[in-house]
Design a protein around this ligand. Structure first.
Ligand SMILES: C[S@@+](CC[C@H](N)C(=O)[O-])C[C@H]1O[C@@H](n2cnc3c(N)ncnc32)[C@H](O)[C@@H]1O
Length: 262
């Protein structure tokens, strides 16, 4: 592993969230097949494999190849049962078909970005670093945040800022972007912050561009549609008394999760 990645791995060691609660929801469940749709750096994966030595086949998916490389490292002790795929969890049915698995006993989704993705400046997810406006979780995705910011019509920008960012000033923000990009292309995170400062204001406790960044990221990665599709497929591929665990981060995800399991 290269030194930078090793450093990142050190950093993320402490990050699997709600670990105790996670283990608790699968307590008492006899698990043969387990699918983790967002394996990331495999913090939760390790925990479930330790707590359930009866697991015969562990399937880990992630759309980020960098995360999968880390998962590979971290799951070395379980390599005989761990199967990792560079795949969006909305395609979990294809992966299960490929493995000839009809139903899983347990599934888990820890939705959203990892701290590792946020902390890698060149991924362009964070307003803390000046970087190319990328924001792709999957490096094979064709569209980047830079494409959206520089080519999408004003109405469409306003719509995503409102729907995916719940940004009060979505109209003003979209207008300002379209005006400014006529003169200069908006290439980086700091370019975008500079453009938006006059309409959203300067730094406060929560950075004023937080919601715009969230909206762009959700849009680039088509996150909400993947979540809907993935959870619906998960339900179809879960054994009758199996368990699905989901950790969501913001209210838009939360709404989809609650609606799907109603
Ligand atoms: C919060 S992190 C998961 C951390 C993981 N539970 C751990 O213990 O390290 C979310 C991960 O899910 C991945 N991800 C997000 N949406 C995805 C999707 N639709 N399909 C596959 N992976 C996805 C991200 O690339 C990221 O690595």
């Amino acid at each position: 592993m290269n030194p930078k990645r090793a450093m990142l791995q050190q950093k993320i060691k402490h990050f699997p969230v709600l670990l105790k609660e996670y283990i608790k929801i699968f307590e008492g469940l006899e698990i043969e097949f387990f699918l983790d749709g967002t394996v990331g750096a495999a913090g939760h994966a390790r925990a479930i494999l330790e707590a359930h030595p009866e697991i015969k086949t562990f399937i880990g998916l992630d759309q980020d190849q960098v995360a999968l490389d880390l998962a590979n490292e971290n799951l070395k002790p379980w390599m005989s049962k761990a199967n990792l795929f560079h795949e969006n969890f909305k395609n979990l049915d294809k992966v299960l078909d490929e493995m000839n698995i009809e139903f899983c006993d347990g599934m888990f989704f820890d939705i959203g970005l990892s701290s590792m993705q946020v902390d890698e400046p060149e991924r362009g997810f964070s307003f803390r670093y000046d970087a190319d406006l990328d924001m792709r979780m999957d490096q094979n995705t064709e569209i980047t945040a830079k494409d959206i910011i520089n080519t999408w019509p004003e109405k469409k920008l306003e719509e995503i800022f409102r729907e995916y960012g719940e940004e009060r000033n979505s109209k003003k923000a979209a207008k300002e972007i379209v005006e400014k990009r006529r003169r200069n292309k908006i290439n980086t995170t700091f370019d975008l912050i500079k453009v938006l400062e006059p309409v959203l204001g300067k730094r406060r406790k929560i950075h004023p561009v937080t919601k715009i960044f969230q909206a762009l990221r959700i849009c680039v990665n088509d996150e909400l549609n993947s979540l809907k599709e993935g959870l619906n497929k998960a339900i179809l591929r879960l054994r009758e008394d199996g368990i699905i665990g989901v950790i969501s981060f913001h209210s838009l995800e939360d709404r989809i999760v609650k609606h799907t399991f109603k």
